[in-house]
Unconditional design. Structure first.
Lengths: 351, 313
């Protein structure tokens, strides 16, 4: 498959009064054409910062690329001039934000907000842009698009606003769409509609999507591949089945066990103890070690490298080292592994 | 069945009454809450679930209907003394742990506010001790008492909100989306804490939320609201196994679960209120289909639903 975006050894820091916050500490991933890559992790794990650095939306005065590159179409986005970046932003790579109310301009009719990127990036007349905008509104399922063009954001419901934001993001047929928690502010029924819409549109225009969320249910629904982030690093990456049915990193185990399943008994929920690491002074070894019951001595001293589980699946945990003792994952994770051919708990032919 | 702690009869909460933009946020709902149970209330935003909670605790004056707490009406005229008595028994935990704590007060004073108002501490040493104990109960420690809310993370702030609610030793707590603003791993910590406290102190909860998997986990019974009305009420397991109202079915079918195989096959049902075909003569109200499973339906639907459940068993 064709690689459309490559992030290599990306390191990024923020300069604050308290010192240097190492928000991203060596992130590597590729994005393939037409796929959806979900990035999960808790607040402060660096998932939003990673995507904002791809879009170069971080304040230049306080943020700094320490090393690494972001390759898109043969160019390194970290080194582009602002002007060159403006030609990519909104055209080749566009973004959908969490809160549709704050990402739309309340004083501008939505029609003008949709035609804005079209007029900016394409050589078309105002009338043509308007036609494209009406088509886009129809595409995202807005009834009476001609009439709606003249209305203001406050005249739309939350779900409709997010549809408009999606229409704006798709205005120039981007190659990459970054969606940063696009459904977190919405109700489940509206969320389901928006997710269906995004999947439909992806099929139609063959965009690659980077989907950021902390809702694992949404991940299971939309993702082809999943990257789990913790403490400014990717700790595990693999196909959606590999992450959900054959997870290897203790943090992924914790995440999967802390959600109640619909058929769960009244057992106590597993809560990951403690709090995320302070990235002003990141831990020397595995960032998750202090919260992990599986931590070994080496976890405190040396950050684990990526170990290959399969061609598509990698995890950064010393547990995968050949010399590591065999440990038993939490019960809920073993239940999941039973469904996965290739895991050591697989109950063959159970399906 | 257990003793009733709270009875809600035909509660109505209308805003802008008599004006063109009258909103019937809660439009005639009735249910009971039993001692020691957790009743979950779910529905989309704007369905009136938070308003219901706020009317029960008298943050709003109800337009119509009755809320009886241990047989006594919550609304209506009350002397200051009577009001205080009620306020001590019912407490609330709010959704946004960032907005519900006064940024300019120290944790000590935030938690002790209820203690002061009700005069529960004889002197300042006792007051301090009570606050320290409460902090420990919710998994924080006494060093935290001299800090300000901004020094805490989201999960810790929600613990402070819980400590504040517990300060006056209530019997009944309304938790209005207490975990929606928290990360998944922190949600589990707070939910576990709420459950532990319930076991220890025999608390009764009204748990308002839109995350259905968490609601199922914590609740004994669940009520589903739609447009200001309660459309279904049943035990948590029963509701998930046999959802009878089409809106409940639609809501359940919309939840994404952390299971890719399930997600590939999940079929979402849409809810269209027109399916009921209610006419003006239809008497649409809550009816008991099977024991303790109530559904809002007309006479005709009632017969159909009963038959469906009978053939199922």
């Amino acid at each position: 498959m064709e690689k459309i975006l490559q992030v290599k050894d990306l390191e990024l820091s923020f300069h604050t009064f308290g010192g240097e916050v190492k928000a991203i500490r060596g992130v590597n991933f590729d994005l393939y054409k037409g796929e959806t890559l979900a990035i999960v992790g808790e607040s402060g794990s660096g998932k939003s910062v990673t995507t904002k650095s791809i879009m170069r939306l971080l304040p230049e005065a306080t943020s700094e690329f320490k090393s690494g590159e972001i390759l898109f179409g043969g160019r390194d986005l970290t080194k582009l001039s602002d002007k060159a970046m403006q030609k990519i932003r909104g055209k080749d790579i566009s973004m959908i934000f969490q809160d549709p109310m704050t990402s739309l301009n309340p004083t501008m009719p939505v029609g003008r907000q949709i035609t804005e990127p079209i007029l900016k990036h394409q050589k078309v007349s105002k009338d043509e842009a308007k036609k494209v905008a009406i088509d886009l509104l129809r595409l995202v399922g807005m009834p009476k698009p001609e009439l709606r063009m003249k209305q203001y954001p406050h005249q739309f419901s939350g779900g409709q606003r997010q549809r408009i934001v999606i229409a704006i993001a798709l205005a120039c047929n981007p190659q990459i769409l970054i969606a940063d928690e696009p459904t977190t502010a919405l109700d489940v029924t509206i969320q389901a509609q928006i997710l269906e819409l995004m999947k439909d549109l992806q099929k139609k225009i063959d965009t690659s999507i980077i989907f950021i969320t902390h809702d694992l249910g949404v991940v299971a629904n939309v993702a082809d591949r999943v990257a789990v982030m913790y403490g400014g690093k990717i700790v595990e990456i693999g196909t959606v089945d590999e992450i959900f049915y054959n997870p290897q990193h203790p943090y992924t185990w914790g995440l999967l066990s802390s959600m109640p399943s619909m058929d769960a008994e009244d057992a106590k929920l597993y809560a990951i103890p403690g709090t995320p690491p302070d990235l002003l002074d990141p831990p020397k070894g595995d960032a998750f070690a202090l919260r992990s019951e599986y931590a070994m001595k080496i976890d405190m001293e040396q950050p684990p490298p990526f170990f290959k589980v399969s061609d598509t699946h990698m995890a950064a945990t010393w547990l995968l080292h050949p010399d590591a003792p065999e440990v038993e994952p939490p019960v809920m994770v073993i239940e999941r592994m039973k469904k996965f051919p290739g895991s050591r708990y697989y109950e063959g032919g159970a399906n | 069945m257990a003793e009733k702690l709270l009875e809600i009869h035909n509660l109505k909460q209308h805003f802008n009454v008599g004006k063109a933009n009258e909103v019937k946020a809660v439009d005639g709902i009735s249910f009971d809450i039993y001692k020691g149970e957790t009743l979950g209330l779910v529905g989309e935003s704007g369905c009136g679930k938070s308003t219901t909670g706020r009317s029960i605790i008298r943050l709003y004056d109800a337009t119509d209907g009755k809320v009886l707490y241990e047989g006594e009406s919550v609304h209506g005229k009350k002397s200051k003394k009577e009001l205080k008595k009620f306020n001590r028994k019912m407490q609330m935990i709010f959704q946004d742990p960032y907005a519900s704590l006064n940024q300019r007060m120290k944790v000590m004073d935030i938690i002790a506010e209820g203690i002061d108002i009700h005069g529960l501490a004889k002197n300042s040493t006792e007051r301090k001790k009570m606050v320290y104990d409460l902090l420990e109960t919710v998994g924080l420690n006494k060093e935290h008492a001299n800090r300000y809310p901004h020094e805490f993370s989201g999960g810790q702030r929600q613990r402070l909100g819980i400590a504040r609610a517990l300060a006056v030793d209530p019997d009944f707590i309304i938790a209005d989306e207490p975990i929606s603003a928290l990360d998944v791993s922190i949600q589990a910590q707070v939910v576990n804490l709420l459950k532990e406290l319930q076991e220890e102190k025999g608390l009764t909860y009204l748990f308002i939320a839109h995350d259905l998997s968490m609601v199922k986990y914590i609740s004994d019974r669940i009520g589903v609201m739609y447009f200001g009305k309660l459309v279904e009420l049943a035990s948590a397991d029963e509701l998930y196994e046999n959802p009878l109202h089409p809106y409940t079915q639609s809501l359940l079918s919309a939840i994404p679960l952390p299971d890719p195989n399930y997600e590939r096959n999940r079929i979402r049902k849409a809810y269209d209120p027109a399916v009921h075909n209610y006419t003006e003569t239809d008497d649409v109200k809550m009816r008991e289909i099977t024991p303790n499973h109530f559904v809002q339906c007309s006479d005709k639907e009632f017969a159909e639903l009963q038959e469906r459940m009978a053939t199922k068993q």
